[in-house]
Design a protein around this ligand. Structure first.
Ligand SMILES: Cc1ncc(COP(=O)(O)O)c(C=O)c1O
Length: 343
């Protein structure tokens, strides 16, 4: 059991949320004169559903999570920020972030003036439970775990993640942006068991919808209520809701893309490991590869000069001399390999 009321910032607990015109009245009417909209129809003259109910129902079917345990954000980046704002008192509380990982947890904490406790992942990029345990203190409110982890690409050990959720009294946020590239169901089915678990997923990766900015957050009804309380009222535009609903109808297309990307990832990893300057291709459960390579910065620059952009991670903890390479189309991957062979 967690005592959510004790975790929430006092001002958020007290807060009376903004009530939008669409909150005051639900259902349908013939004349809407409540939201100061333009009455002349242009397709987009009305505010969108602030609760995105139709879209949530579709997501609920696919992810097998109840609608009231789903929060949708402007990308996963929005719930990351809202979780920090709801639960961490600036200048007092802290969040724990095993590194290396996705940079937005740190940025959002810093923007909100929330201290970051950094622990290192193990050299094979898994959780170091001892250092996590010894870094948690009374002011630690959130732990961010990313699985599969960006930039290393690997799934974290399932049992270790469970252990962190069990031992910690605050919220554990498991970011599963890349879960569709694995053969795992991830942590959504465990929400019933763990009231302090929050799972993030996104339509930006396997679903191919990064442009519409649609992040999904799965958590207890109480946590979802807290996020709803502090979100901007119309945080998901009608265009994004419609595009998400349309995209989610193509489950087979998403599965086909995933299968193709996984096939290409294997091929790309094999081709990369044959190149002499490539020292290591790390195992990946995601749609990218972390690659240790000689003269990283020079190689990165040369690739940029010929119009191939990868991600230089060489300054990142445990990622010395590493580039992170997204798996592209077969033609893109082939061109990358050809060009690396010429360097
Ligand atoms: C681990 C992880 N989480 C979240 C995101 C961002 O997701 P979104 O596009 O939903 O904001 C990324 C993007 O690279 C990521 O790597």
């Amino acid at each position: 059991m967690i005592e959510l009321e004790k975790l929430i910032r006092k001002n958020v607990l007290r807060l009376k949320p903004y009530s939008s015109a669409r909150d005051d009245f639900q259902g349908s009417a013939s004349i809407y004169l409540d939201a100061n909209e333009n009455p002349y129809s242009s397709e987009y003259n009305r505010y969108p559903d602030p609760h995105q109910l139709t879209l949530k129902q579709k997501i609920s079917e696919i992810k097998k999570a109840p609608v009231d345990q789903i929060f949708l954000g402007n990308g996963s980046d929005e719930p990351i920020d809202l979780l920090i704002r709801a639960f961490c008192e600036p200048g007092v509380d802290n969040v724990l972030i095993p590194q290396p990982t996705y940079g937005m947890y740190t940025v959002s904490a810093e923007v909100n003036n929330v201290e970051i406790k950094t622990v290192k992942l193990t050299p094979d990029f898994d959780l170091d439970l001892d250092s996590i345990k010894s870094s948690i203190n009374d002011q630690t409110k959130l732990i961010f775990l990313c699985s599969p982890n960006n930039p290393s690409g690997n799934l974290l050990s399932f049992d270790k993640v469970k252990e962190v959720i069990t031992l910690f009294n605050g919220l554990v946020i498991v970011d599963e942006a890349y879960i569709d590239f694995t053969n795992q169901t991830g942590f959504v089915p465990l929400l019933k068991q763990y009231p302090n678990l929050v799972v993030l997923q996104t339509l930006s990766k396997a679903w191919g919808l990064a442009a519409i900015r649609l992040g999904m957050c799965f958590a207890s009804v109480e946590i979802v209520q807290v996020l709803n309380k502090i979100k901007p009222p119309y945080n998901i535009s009608l265009l994004s809701q419609q595009a998400a609903e349309a995209g989610l109808k193509h489950l087979e297309r998403k599965n086909r893309w995933v299968a193709e990307i996984l096939h290409e990832r294997k091929e790309l990893a094999q081709q990369l490991s044959k190149i002499s300057m490539v020292k290591k291709v790390f195992p990946s459960d995601a749609n990218f590869l972390l690659v240790k390579i000689d003269n990283t910065k020079a190689i990165y620059k040369k690739l940029v000069e010929i119009g191939i952009i990868v991600r230089d991670r060489s300054n990142v903890i445990l990622c010395n001399d590493c580039l992170r390479i997204t798996v592209g189309t077969p033609a893109e991957n082939k061109e990358l390999i050809n060009q690396l062979n010429l360097l």
